[in-house]
Design a protein around this ligand. Structure first.
Ligand SMILES: Nc1ncnc2c1ncn2[C@@H]1O[C@H](COP(=O)(O)OP(=O)(O)O)[C@@H](O)[C@H]1O
Ligand SMILES: [Mg+2]
Length: 375
């Protein structure tokens, strides 16, 4: 195991040694894949969908699979998505010359140029977005190319809900038709925006209806996460109080990204051979919140008076969910009328400060909530 300076990694998958649990979910995903199903993974943001896919692709699939992962969060149309796909496919096959040659022969709609990187000694693809003139044709060619593999190809499309706002209006029908006829290529779709994902996959009037099996990702179990932290600390000759991990877990509702962020900080606070106790809790939170203070100040300043009041009332009961329609709550926080609360909440959802989870309004950024709590 290649030892990292800090074993609590944020934002990338570095290997199973640094990955907590998800055994059941990994088995489930593998099970669906080997049974030839297309899978949709949904959860709140930052809970670990992408990490799960990376983990399963890197460590859990049996031999005989070729995997590809693209994140279409920044894509606005099919052309941008196809561009990501072309690059990802190339990245995965760059080391195998016969596959590279076949790619050049199959994906003929693109003027791909190859150059050799003298340091890595690998070919590099010169492909600009502008070279994708007919994205639909190029997509057909890429899929056709994947169909020629001896291995089964698994294409994961992350932040898949973005297709709902692509420029092309028929994108769902187009993708569904193409995917439907593939024999050697399967898909994993992941997304956080529940209402958009459910719209795509669960609406009988839309093309992807009934075309996937669903997996819902929940927070990692508290005990599993605590043991994971204690184990990683011990590998470095350090110890961490169980209560500290548990209190952070409660504070962040078990959302993996915040947990990793706080444990990364807890780890840096602990000297070699040292122990970190529960009394480090405030220092850890303060550090995390403080690092974003300027962003939070700007964000807060951009709100109307009413939005500020409503947000403060939500922050003051956090981590509980605010009973926004209760008369007692409205009176206690001086929110005036239920309808004005609703207007403010709607604006906060539109600004992305709250998200709407089946009617329950929750803050999108928990560090912003903690900052507001101490405002
Ligand atoms: N099982 C895990 N163990 C450790 N860290 C994880 C695990 N799952 C996710 N992470 C980390 O948590 C953060 C959020 O995970 P991510 O997969 O990006 O969430 P999502 O895709 O659901 O938004 C990332 O920094 C990721 O590295
Ligand atoms: Mg993700």
């Amino acid at each position: 195991m290649n030892k990292l300076n800090n074993p609590f990694v944020i934002g990338k998958y570095v290997g199973k040694e640094y990955f907590c649990d998800r055994k059941r979910e990994s088995e489930q995903l593998v099970h669906h894949i080997v049974n030839g199903r297309n899978v949709t993974i949904m959860s709140e943001r930052r809970l670990g969908k992408t990490g799960l896919i990376e983990h399963v692709f890197a460590n859990c699939l049996p031999d005989g699979y070729e995997t590809f992962l693209i994140d279409i969060y920044t894509c606005k149309n099919l052309r941008e998505m196809v561009y990501l796909m072309a690059n990802e496919v190339f990245r995965k096959i760059a080391k195998k010359q016969t596959l590279v040659e076949r790619l050049l022969n199959t994906v003929r709609s693109l003027k791909m140029t190859l150059s050799y990187n003298p340091i890595t000694e690998l070919p590099e693809l010169g492909l600009g977005l502008g070279e994708i003139q007919q994205p639909e044709t190029t997509l057909d060619e890429i899929l056709h190319y994947l169909e020629t593999f001896d291995n089964v190809c698994i294409v994961a499309i992350d932040e898949f809900q973005k297709i709902a706002s692509f420029d092309e209006s028929n994108i769902e029908a187009l993708l569904r038709t193409k995917i439907q006829h593939l024999k050697n290529t399967q898909f994993v779709f992941a997304g956080s925006e529940r209402h958009l994902m459910e719209g795509i996959f669960s609406d009988p009037n839309r093309p992807f209806y009934n075309s996937v099996v669903f997996m819902q990702l929940l927070p990692i179990d508290k005990n599993e996460y605590t043991q994971f932290c204690q184990h990683l600390f011990s590998l470095y000759g350090k110890t961490v109080a169980k209560e500290l991990v548990e209190q952070l877990y409660e504070c962040f509702r078990g959302i993996t990204w915040y947990l990793q962020l706080s444990m990364n900080e807890a780890f840096t606070l602990t000297e070699q051979g040292g122990h970190v106790e529960i009394d480090a809790y405030e220092a850890i939170l303060n550090h995390l919140v403080d690092s974003k203070r300027f962003t939070f100040e700007d964000r807060y300043a951009s709100l109307t008076e009413k939005q500020k009041t409503v947000l403060m009332s939500i922050a003051s009961v956090y981590p509980c969910d605010p009973p926004l329609t209760s008369q007692d709550f409205i009176a206690k926080y001086n929110l005036k009328t239920a309808s004005s609360v609703q207007t403010a909440v709607k604006a906060l959802v539109e600004k992305g400060i709250l998200n709407d989870n089946h009617g329950v309004k929750r803050p999108t950024d928990l560090l912003f909530m903690l900052w507001l709590k101490n405002f």
